[in-house]
Design a protein around this ligand. Structure first.
Ligand SMILES: Nc1ncnc2c1ncn2[C@@H]1O[C@H](COP(=O)(O)OP(=O)(O)O)[C@@H](O)[C@H]1O
Ligand SMILES: [Mg+2]
Length: 334
């Protein structure tokens, strides 16, 4: 059953030259109890998607052109009041960078306590008890000591655990984690992701996990959306997509990942430079990946590829695949 549904979300940044289409007509659903991964190169629109779903698009200067975000029978985008009722309470967000998300001049225990008293209206005694309990939930060593420290006195791994405690403070249904601990070393990142997975299973949460690392997605996500240029290229079960990718972008992304893992040179996607930002992708009438795609046909530059649902349940937006299937080759591979 779906707990969150995003329909036709389009989000622009109005820059001096022309609008930058950070998110370009994407639709997806989060099912209750699952971990849904969103993966793609830097600049593909993952964070803007997450922040818009959290009702924070305006706070980063973005403009919502179209779209709906359905939760609990309501389209949250229809009113900021609805967001005030759910943000941080029913739907929590863990940002990529821990330090800017915390107040540098307030002890972390106090910050957690403030959330509890503001959102849940707890008494001072209950705030103390709940703060200690949350810090234990995120398996912090010496939680009483950590609660008395300021953010700059804590390591990146401990700060990520504090952010996780904050995200859990009001007993949410959904957590959206934007590349959690990706700036930390891989051992710490793996510990944080393992902890997030354990808590998610125990509390029955639904999770959106944003990552640029396919290994993180493979190990942690039930389903995955492959994003590029603000659009969803391919979506489906993680095992299906990563073990048998069909969209040329997914194929290249996996090739690049494998090459990097093996320390080889000339991975697939570096044959052409990834755009540093959405602004560098030509204003695509057609497929946003066409300019880098070795399979591109004329139509790919002219017309947006329709989303094709295959027998295994995945969706792929690719003219080339559509073309092969129309030629009667249902098992066509890229
Ligand atoms: N403040 C901004 N002003 C203009 N464009 C922006 C801004 N923030 C993001 N963008 C554009 O939106 C695109 C998507 O950004 P983002 O969602 O942060 O990518 P990701 O999280 O996948 O790395 C970027 O490529 C960039 O061009
Ligand atoms: Mg991001």
């Amino acid at each position: 059953m779906e707990i969150l549904k995003v329909n036709d979300l389009t989000v622009y940044f109005d820059t001096r030259c022309r609008p930058v289409k950070a998110v370009d007509g994407i639709s997806f659903a989060l099912r209750r109890g699952e971990t849904l991964g969103i993966v793609g190169e830097s600049g593909s629109g993952k964070s803007v998607t997450a922040l818009t779903v959290m009702g924070l698009a305006q706070s980063i200067g973005a403009r919502i052109v179209s779209g709906e975000v359905w939760y609990d029978g309501k389209n949250l985008l229809s009113s900021q009041d609805l967001y005030r009722q759910v943000r941080g309470k029913k739907i929590s967000y863990i940002p990529q960078e821990a330090a800017p998300a915390l107040n540098p001049v307030l002890q972390v225990g106090k910050q957690l306590g403030e959330m509890l008293s503001v959102h849940l209206g707890l008494s001072a005694g209950d705030v103390r008890r709940k703060t200690a309990q949350l810090l234990e939930t995120v398996e912090l060593p010496q939680p009483e000591l950590v609660a008395r420290l300021y953010p700059h006195q804590l390591s990146g791994g401990i700060l990520q655990r504090v952010l996780l405690a904050m995200a859990l403070s009001c007993g949410p249904d959904i957590i959206i984690a934007d590349e959690p601990a990706s700036s930390l070393d891989t051992t710490i990142q793996a510990q944080i992701l393992r902890l997030l997975g354990t808590i998610k299973a125990r509390e029955g949460l639904s999770l959106i996990l944003i990552a640029h690392d396919l290994g993180v997605i493979y190990q942690n996500c039930d389903r995955v959306l492959i994003m590029y240029g603000g659009r969803i290229m391919e979506a489906g079960l993680t095992s299906q997509i990563l073990e048998n990718p069909l969209h040329p972008y997914t194929v290249s992304l996996l090739e690049t990942y494998r090459c990097l893992e093996e320390g080889m040179k000339q991975p697939g996607l570096t044959k052409s430079c990834p755009p540093a930002s959405r602004e560098n992708i030509p204003d695509a009438l057609g497929c946003v990946f066409a300019y880098r795609c070795q399979r591109a046909m004329d139509i790919c530059f002219l017309k947006k590829a329709p989303s094709l649902t295959l027998d295994d349940g995945r969706t792929v937006s690719c003219h080339h695949l559509l073309h092969l299937r129309q030629d009667g080759n249902p098992d066509a591979r890229m």
